[in-house]
Design a protein around this ligand. Structure first.
Ligand code: NCD
Ligand code: ZN
Length: 343
């Protein structure tokens, strides 16, 4: 197959940052994707509908000329998010989910939730209004091994939460383990999951190939090969509970190549091409369209995209660096070739 034509995909988990950094990365996403669920973990976080709507305007204003890319906004859940704010968010028509960051779990999660019981009133309102909860599913207990944090979160927090709010729509984001795949498969239709390209393409060995590789560090951290295989099986299964979310998370080079490097991998420069590589390796290119362009919209209750994109089998070399505000970032597979090219 020399050409792959798909309905235009959507990205159901994306970090765009703000200001000149956003302007630098937005075009990569807007070229490939029709819409994206944009994460609210700015500094300070987007805890109100008004902040999310203002951010939306800044994104719209930074779109490349002629682009009709549509940012789908989210709210950052805190211990104190009032149910009235949930109602305002839903009413706005532009907020499509509320993000749960357990406090301290990842980049800019300091204002996140310290105890989920503090959010029960907000969650109840979300359940009533059909506004999805988007979950960074990792335990923040420092005693839990970093590779076990997703499983611990599912057992200790998500399981009880789904029982307490059985009709709440939940997206378990960027899943990384066989345990998460299994949990999503056996739980009701109101639970779905996104999967990143980097978790489909790499296992935890990629963190230590010949030395420590800060550009392969993200959260949840890469896992063992058996977990990667379970993710590939889920993504290529045709099960609509699993759909695309790049979690493209740009950071300046210096913040990654540091004594305490931050978490996040930039993948928007090849946001659909990287998935095509993973699906082709699995012999499942025919399953890419559902995963990338159909299942997510269906879960979020949004219309499907009408237009199409085409990937040609044509090698191109990923640049070693990409401009990022006043600095630069290092994209995934920097300096390496990618066999699919967006035309
Ligand atoms: C994300 C970021 O940099 O904002 N980092 C990451 O490793 N994925 C935050 C997140 O989604 O956990
Ligand atoms: Zn993320």
């Amino acid at each position: 197959m020399d050409r792959l034509t798909l309905k235009r995909p959507d990205d159901w988990h994306l970090h765009l940052r703000d200001g000149p950094e956003m302007a630098a990365v937005l075009a990569d996403t807007a070229r490939r994707f029709a819409r994206a669920i944009v994460m609210p973990n700015l500094n300070p976080p987007l805890t109100t509908t008004q902040q999310a709507l203002d951010y939306r305007q800044r994104i719209l204003a930074a779109r490349p000329h002629g682009s009709d890319f549509e940012p789908l906004m989210t709210l950052y859940l805190t211990d104190d998010t009032p149910p009235e704010e949930i109602a305002r968010a839903k009413l706005s028509g532009h907020v499509h989910g509320v993000k749960l960051y357990p406090a301290g779990a990842t980049t800019h999660s300091g204002a996140g939730v310290t105890r989920i019981s503090r959010c029960f009133h907000a969650l109840e309102r979300m359940q009533d209004l059909g506004l999805p909860l988007l979950v960074h599913g990792e335990s923040t207990d420092p005693a839990v091994d970093v590779f076990d944090r997703e499983r611990a979160f599912i057992e200790e927090t998500l399981g009880p939460l789904m029982e307490r709010f059985p009709a709440l729509k939940v997206v378990l984001e960027h899943i990384t383990t066989r345990d998460a795949v299994h949990y999503v498969e056996v739980t009701g239709p109101n639970l779905a999951a996104t999967i990143t390209a980097h978790h489909l393409l790499m296992n935890r060995n990629a963190l230590f190939m010949g030395g420590i590789r800060p550009h392969h560090y993200c959260l949840p951290v890469l896992k063992r090969e058996e977990h990667r295989e379970a993710l590939v099986e889920a993504a290529t299964s045709g099960n609509p509970k699993f759909f695309l979310g790049t979690d493209s998370a740009p950071h300046p080079r210096g913040a990654k190549e540091a004594a305490c490097g931050c978490a996040g991998i930039y993948t928007a420069h090849a946001g659909i091409e990287l998935y095509a590589i993973a699906f082709e390796e699995a012999g499942a290119l025919d399953k890419l369209e559902g995963f990338a362009a159909e299942f997510g919209a269906r879960f979020y209750g949004l219309p499907g995209n009408r237009d199409r994109i085409t990937l040609a089998r044509e090698e191109w070399t990923v640049p070693a660096r990409v401009a990022f505000g006043s600095g630069e970032l290092v994209p995934l597979r920097a300096g390496e070739t990618i066999p699919w090219k967006l035309i």
